[in-house]
Design a protein around this ligand. Structure first.
Ligand SMILES: Nc1ncnc2c1ncn2[C@@H]1O[C@H](COP(=O)(O)OP(=O)(O)OP(=O)(O)O)[C@@H](O)[C@H]1O
Ligand SMILES: [Mg+2]
Length: 360
């Protein structure tokens, strides 16, 4: 390193013509808090970020260690002259998390940097919760699969036909549930990564519904629910990815089934309006409170009403919205507690035969 560079730490190697940064400006502009305490621990100076993060009106003159006592800091690393601590402090309606590094400067006291890592800590907690939830969701179908397989292994040959039939449907239901879960997880990943794609071709809503039913019919049967479909013949042709359209329908019907009582009816209807096919999936379930409706399409969001009653990862609607929007359509919810839920989505209509031919 040249003497010139060593004297000007603010300069970048690539552009020696840049002026060095004024230390005082940097001190004020930093988003991490910086505090200097004297040898007895009294705070001598602090930058604006330190005031903002620690929320103290009077930092100067107070003891840094006393501040930490209040926040119940834990030691992460304590090497000579270099301490790393993590502290929790009350912030608005929840706890914030701070990472603090204290470096001894000999006679000049100690320099502390304080970083607000609340957002990262929350993300980590969400991820941990999510992993637990995924494990929990996988456990149920896997347990059902192995229980049925054990029974089959023991008694398959002597089992009455109808019993055998119901066991095989349980197996099928569990396998489909696993498939659905893994598919949702993979799709959520590609939506997040921005690589989610659909392949729109002229397709039939009716055919996509039939494909969705392969997955959801066992769910409906297990709750003695009935599906009524009223697809207007004029609204059958859409310019959409048939597999993805089936996925939207199966996610919406699975929700309608999962969150509605036994023996209720679920309706799927479609009509054409203004160049789009409008599809609606309605149920006679508990409905969704108004304040939660805007959050339903957020990843991992699950209503407090259902969270403990039914399993789920909170991904279905996020994926439905990504699919519908990727086709240029819209999705919305019409619901009120006690009045059931209707989810509407639109897909572009495949209008002319020439357009269909062109798209193929
Ligand atoms: N038809 C419905 N009736 C009542 N609540 C619903 C309905 N559909 C969705 N919800 C609420 O919206 C939340 C989010 O639904 P979403 O489909 O995204 O996730 P999920 O069903 O919880 O899990 P999964 O990832 O398995 O679909 C649900 O947890 C539930 O609280
Ligand atoms: Mg769902």
């Amino acid at each position: 390193m040249s003497n010139e560079r060593r004297r000007s730490p603010g300069r970048r190697a690539a552009d020696a013509t840049l002026a060095p940064i004024d230390v005082e400006d940097a001190f004020v502009a930093l988003t991490d808090g910086i505090l200097l305490s004297d040898r007895r621990g009294k705070i001598l100076s602090a930058n604006p970020a330190a005031f903002r993060i620690l929320g103290e009106t009077k930092l100067v003159g107070r003891s840094f260690e006393e501040l930490l006592l209040v926040s119940g800091a834990t030691m992460v690393q304590d090497e000579e002259g270099h301490r790393v601590r993590r502290a929790w402090f009350p912030r608005d309606d929840r706890m914030g998390v701070l990472d603090m590094v204290s470096i001894a400067l000999g006679d000049r006291g100690t320099l502390h940097t304080v970083r607000d890592v609340t957002a990262q800590a929350e993300l980590l907690r969400l991820k941990e919760d999510f992993l637990l939830q995924v494990a929990h969701e996988l456990r149920t179908p896997i347990a059902a699969l192995s229980a049925s397989l054990d029974l089959l292994l023991e008694d398959a040959l002597s089992m009455p036909r109808d019993e055998l039939g119901s066991m095989v449907s349980t197996l099928r239901r569990s396998a489909l549930r696993l498939e659905h879960l893994v598919e949702n997880l993979l799709d959520a990943g590609s939506i997040e990564a921005g690589t989610f794609q659909v392949r729109a071709i002229p397709a039939s809503v009716r055919v996509s519904l039939q494909e969705a039913l392969v997955f959801v019919q066992p769910l409906l049967d297990s709750k003695h629910q009935h599906l009524e479909s009223d697809l207007h013949s004029d609204s059958d042709r859409v310019l959409a990815d048939p597999r993805r359209t089936g996925q939207v329908l199966s996610n919406l019907i699975a929700n309608a089934s999962r969150y509605s009582p036994e023996a209720t009816t679920i309706a799927v209807t479609s009509v054409t309006r203004g160049g789009f096919v409008h599809v609606t999936v309605s149920d006679a379930g508990p409905g969704i409170p108004q304040d939660e409706q805007t959050r339903l399409f957020q990843r991992f969001f699950r209503s407090r009403e259902v969270r403990d009653q039914a399993g789920g990862l909170g991904l279905g609607l996020t994926i439905c919205r990504a699919i519908v929007q990727a086709h240029g359509g819209e999705i919305s919810i019409d619901s009120a507690p006690g009045r059931g839920t209707s989810v509407h989505f639109t897909l572009p209509k495949a209008r002319h035969l020439t357009e269909e031919a062109g798209a193929q």
